[in-house]
Write a protein that binds this ligand. Structure first.
Ligand SMILES: Cc1cc2nc3c(=O)[nH]c(=O)nc-3n(C[C@H](O)[C@H](O)[C@H](O)COP(=O)(O)O)c2cc1C
Length: 311
C-alpha cells in the first residue's frame, strides 16, 4: 500500500484529505455518515473570541456548479467549542485543526492562545479573509503588510502548527503568501471563497440578504487550481489546496499542481462521505501508477516547452 502521509510543519497527517472549515460543522455532526478516524484531518467551523449569530437569511443559495453563502461566520465561540465539542472530538484519532478569526489582531491572538492551552488541537488555521476593524476595515488577506503583521502576532501566541488561509481576492496573492511565510506560518491554505452575487429578476432584488456572498464548489475549481499552482511555486512551506474539489481526480490535480494536502468543502453537502471516496480514489491512483509515496506526486506537473499561455 502506498504511503499517503503528508507533513504540515511538525504535524503529520495520515492522508492528505481534510474537511474544509464551515462545511463540516464541528466534525461530530458528520460522525454518523463516515468514520472520522479515516480522515486526514478536520478543519472546524471558524471560531471567534465570542459567539456570533451570523447574517440574517437568505444567506445561502445554489448556483450553477456551486453555491453562494453569506453565513457571516456564525459560531458558538471558542469557549463553548472547548467545553462542548472538543471533549467528544478528541476521542477520535484524527487531526483537529481549529479555524480562527477575529475583528482585530489581538482577538486572533487571544483565540489562538486559548486553543493552545487545551489538549486535542493539532493545528490552527487562520482565516485572514476578515476586515481589520482597527485599520479602517481593510481585509487582512488583501494587504501583504496586514497579513504579515497578523501572522507574526498569532505566531507569537501559539506553538501549534500554523496554517494561514488566503483569500483569492488579494491583488497579489503570491506576495501575501511570501509575507505570511516570512512571518512564521508553517503552511498556507488556499483558497477561501470568491466574492459573487445573484439577483432575483422577478423582484430585481439580490438573493442574499448581504447582496454579495462567497462562491464555492466546482464552479471555482479552475480558478483555485491556478492560484494554488502559482503560490506553491513561490513558497517553500507546504500548501493546502482547496476550491471545488469533488472527486479524487480533482484532489490529484491540486496535488500535482503543488499542494501537500487538500480540503474538501461544498462537496460534503452533496455527499457527506465524499472525503472517504476521495481518499480511496487517491490510493487507487497511486496503486494503478505503481507510485509508493504520495510525496512523489506533489508538484509533479510536467510542462512541455514554454509555460502555459492563457489561450
Ligand atoms: C457554508 C460555508 C461556510 C464556510 N465557512 C468558513 C469559515 O468559517 N472559515 C473559513 O476559513 N472558510 C469557510 N468557508 C470556506 C471553505 O472552507 C472553502 O475555503 C471554500 O468553500 C472553497 O472550497 P470548496 O469549493 O470545496 O467549498 C466556508 C464555505 C462555505 C460554503
Amino acid at each position: 500500500m502506498a504511503d499517503l502521509t503528508t507533513k504540515i510543519g511538525k504535524l503529520t497527517l495520515k492522508n492528505p484529505v481534510l474537511a474544509a472549515s464551515g462545511t463540516f460543522g464541528y466534525g461530530l455532526e458528520y460522525s454518523h455518515y463516515l468514520d472520522l478516524n479515516e480522515l486526514g484531518g478536520i478543519v472546524v467551523k471558524g471560531l471567534s473570541l465570542h459567539p456570533r449569530n451570523g447574517n440574517p437569511p437568505p444567506r445561502i443559495m445554489e448556483t450553477t456548479g456551486g453555491m453562494l453563502n453569506s453565513i457571516g461566520l456564525q459560531n458558538i465561540g471558542v469557549e463553548a467549542f472547548i467545553t462542548e465539542k472538543l471533549p467528544d472530538l478528541r476521542r477520535y484519532d484524527v487531526a483537529v485543526i481549529a479555524n480562527i478569526f477575529g475583528n482585530t489582531i489581538e482577538e486572533y491572538a487571544q483565540v489562538a492562545r486559548r486553543l493552545s492551552a487545551v489538549e486535542g488541537i493539532a493545528g490552527i488555521e487562520v482565516n485572514i479573509s476578515c476586515p481589520n476593524i482597527k485599520a479602517g476595515g481593510i481585509m487582512f488577506g488583501r494587504d501583504p503588510g496586514q497579513a504579515e503583521m497578523l501572522t507574526a502576532r498569532v505566531r507569537k501566541a501559539t506553538l501549534l502548527p500554523l496554517l494561514v488561509k488566503l483569500t483569492p481576492d488579494a491583488p497579489d496573492i503570491s506576495e501575501v503568501a511570501r509575507r505570511v511565510q516570512d512571518a512564521g506560518a508553517d503552511a498556507i491554505s488556499l483558497v477561501n471563497t470568491f466574492v459573487g452575487m445573484a439577483i432575483d429578476v422577478e423582484t430585481a432584488t439580490p438573493f442574499l440578504s448581504t447582496i454579495t456572498g462567497g462562491l464555492s464548489g466546482p464552479a471555482i475549481k479552475p480558478l483555485a487550481l491556478r492560484l494554488v499552482w502559482e503560490v506553491a511555486r513561490k513558497v517553500t512551506i507546504p500548501v493546502v489546496g482547496m476550491g471545488g474539489i469533488a472527486s479524487a481526480r480533482d484532489a490529484l490535480e491540486f496535488i500535482i499542481a503543488g499542494a501537500h494536502a487538500v480540503q474538501v468543502g461544498t462537496a460534503n453537502f452533496i455527499n457527506p462521505s465524499i472525503c472517504i471516496d476521495i481518499i480511496n480514489g487517491i490510493r487507487d491512483y497511486l496503486h494503478a501508477k505503481d507510485i509508493q509515496n504520495l510525496n512523489h506526486v506533489v508538484g509533479s506537473l510536467r510542462i512541455k516547452g514554454n509555460e502555459a499561455a492563457s489561450d
